[in-house]
Design a protein around this ligand. Structure first.
Ligand code: ASP
Length: 323
């Protein structure tokens, strides 16, 4: 029997068109998921595919309610014995955020695959149709089971835990440090080289979560000002992630801003603006927590879910160390 896939369209460049084939930017989301699927030859040979379209937007405009809704939908399909895998088409601008959110909130041997495109569907050498075909091949492949949430872009299979957009325009926009490239698709053949180290269970349950607390990210840099910290406290943020320098080093303003925020009951975390490497613990037990292997976006998602679930500072510190 053919694998049964659910294909969820959410928008992005993969679903966008522009005025002519040479226009690679300045496009609009115009295509529904059914139309995108029908543009790919031979899909009926890969799987029995059921399409859904919860929304169709640029991923820069996705809000928390939509991400929660998507995560709930994905979990519902994963629980259905009649579904073998889920594929989500997504804008690349915030794809890594949704992918990491799903990494923390789903747990199933069944594959969950996110896919996008860097060029609109109307462009010369549009990358969307082949990326989507590859994502379907990956989702339908039994070898994709037990590999966690995956991102398929430009012939590569990446672990959602490690995927990040590292180029603004090229089709090979997504890259990760060594641990994140799990495999590749070559001429329709799915091949894996690595199996990721995954948590034993979904780190966070979505049960009863209607919203997530606000957590701000503040970039640190030479001669940084203090006012973003005061603004975050005043706006009601429950936490601050500092995209700090190097191994989580804080400027004077960032250190003072975090101290002030902690006095107001916020949880502060030192992540790094450097793309690779860890942020290690500092000597200050009462200062900002270390993000360890999480980048600022991942640390923010983790902290929001942790605060929503009522974790205290000690539990959050332990979780950041483990993820
Ligand atoms: N603006 C697009 C988005 O929805 C960019 C893309 O998909 O590549 O994220």
């Amino acid at each position: 029997m053919q694998p049964r896939l659910v294909l969820i369209g959410t928008g992005g460049t993969i679903a966008a068109t522009a005025g002519d084939a040479r226009t690679l930017t300045g496009y609009r989301v115009t295509q529904g998921i059914e139309a995108m699927l029908s543009a790919i030859p031979g899909v009926a040979d890969i799987a029995d595919i059921h399409c859904e379209q919860p929304f169709n937007v640029d991923s820069r405009n996705l809000n928390t309610a939509q991400v929660l809704r998507l995560a709930r939908t994905v979990n519902r399909h994963l629980r259905n014995p009649a579904v073998d895998a889920v594929v989500v088409t997504h804008g690349t601008d915030s794809l890594e955020e949704t992918a990491f959110f799903l990494h923390l909130t789903t747990h199933s041997p069944k594959p969950v695959v996110l896919v996008g495109a860097m060029r609109p569907a109307s462009a010369l050498s549009a990358d969307g149709p082949l990326n989507l075909l590859n994502a379907l091949l990956v989702a339908a492949d039994p070898g994709s089971r037990n590999r966690g949430v995956l991102v398929v872009m430009n012939d590569r299979i990446l672990a959602a835990r490690h995927a990040a957009k590292r180029h603004t325009t090229r089709v090979d926009a997504f890259w990760t440090d060594g641990a994140g490239v799990l495999g590749a698709i070559t001429d329709g053949q799915v091949r894996y080289a690595l199996r990721p180290d995954l948590p034993d269970a979904a780190v966070f349950s979505l049960a009863g979560l209607r919203a997530l607390p606000p957590v701000d990210i503040i970039l640190d840099y030479q001669d940084a000002p203090a006012h973003p910290y005061a603004a975050a406290i005043q706006a009601g943020a429950r936490g601050i992630i500092v995209a700090a320098m190097g191994n989580g080093s804080l400027s004077t303003a960032a250190a003072r801003g975090c101290a002030q925020a902690i006095r107001h009951g916020l949880v502060c975390v030192r992540a790094s603006r450097v793309p690779d490497g860890l942020v290690t613990d500092s000597q200050d037990d009462h200062g900002p927590l270390a993000a360890h292997a999480l980048n600022p976006l991942q640390a923010r998602i983790t902290l929001r879910l942790a605060l929503a679930r009522g974790l205290d500072r000690t539990d959050i510190a332990g979780l950041l160390r483990r993820l």
